[in-house]
Design a protein around this ligand. Structure first.
Ligand SMILES: [Zn+2]
Length: 291
């Protein structure tokens, strides 16, 4: 009697543990663009800002006298591509001190948990994306339906709109550009390459990921207002050069080919930026008409 009861209890415990393990499994979406994980030759964009991402998932290394900042990672399996890219440029992943992201989605933060474990770097996140980063995307208003889509990341500091992140002589300003995620962010920094100072904008472009009506998302009731705010803020943003979360969003491959000489001016392109915002805002306004 006692024995069978013990077995039942043990089975119950085992099934609880089993279901928790299952709930914590990472379900990174699989049917994604091959360009997202295609290796790409790293290059110096401007001054101390380097492209270290894959063919389409943009990752930026910003080097300073006190260690480096890494913005975005691509998918979980791209950790080795980023490491190789950083080494090919003559730097080392171990010198990474600060991790930042433009948006808490698996295609931009998938390898942060691994990189953080290895480097001990501090993840500083827009306060509105902090929870999603910490629970591996489980609480994301849209992607959360898949459960965890990336390995949870320890958030070491929460950032507010306009907050300045300082490392060595580099100062980056975080700009809150919500909508795509609740805490989507752009980053602005002045870069001096010895010849000229450039105001560089790493913009998170406000694309829509949900099939639902924007007025019908209980997990993110302010989404429509947030998109409207971000279009307005991005439109009035001044800069000399701009980059974004996906290479395709700023037409990187038409501005730079592997092996090209250093040429920051290739990334000026205010008109491409304005056109992209026009197109995205038109998509947003059309989405607002959804019945
Ligand atoms: Zn996204």
């Amino acid at each position: 009697m006692l024995k069978s009861r013990t077995i039942i209890i043990l089975l119950a415990i085992a099934s609880i543990i089993g279901s928790q393990v299952q709930a914590q499994k990472v379900n990174e979406p699989q049917n994604v663009s091959a360009q997202w994980s295609q290796p790409y030759q790293p290059f110096r964009i401007v001054g101390n800002v380097y492209y270290v991402g894959t063919y389409d998932l943009a990752c930026y290394l910003i080097t300073t006298s006190q260690g480096n900042i890494l913005i975005n990672t691509g998918l979980a399996a791209s950790a080795s591509i980023i490491r190789n890219n950083i080494e090919e440029l003559g730097f080392t992943l171990a010198d990474t001190k600060i991790l930042l992201t433009t948006q808490a989605h698996y295609d931009h933060v998938g390898a942060f948990a691994e990189i953080q474990k290895e480097t001990g770097a501090k993840m500083l996140a827009n306060a509105k994306d902090a929870q999603v980063l910490a629970d591996g995307g489980d609480s994301d208003y849209e992607m959360g339906k898949n459960g965890r889509t990336f390995e949870p990341i320890r958030v070491d500091g929460k950032l507010k709109d306009g907050e300045v992140i300082t490392l060595g002589d580099t100062r980056l300003t975080m700009l809150h550009h919500p909508g795509h995620t609740k805490g989507s962010s752009s980053f602005l920094l002045d870069v001096n390459d010895g010849t000229k100072t450039y105001k560089v904008l790493i913009a998170n472009m406000p694309t829509i990921v949900t099939d639902r009506k924007l007025t019908d998302i209980p997990e993110y009731p302010e989404i429509a207002k947030d998109f409207a705010y971000s279009f307005k803020a991005l439109r009035k943003q001044s800069f000399d050069l701009w980059l974004s979360s996906h290479a395709g969003q700023f037409a990187m491959h038409s501005k730079h080919k592997p092996g090209d000489a250093y040429n920051p001016e290739a990334f000026a392109d205010r008109s491409g930026y304005d056109k992209s915002l026009n197109d995205l805002e038109a998509a947003y306004l059309k989405k607002m008409q959804q019945k």
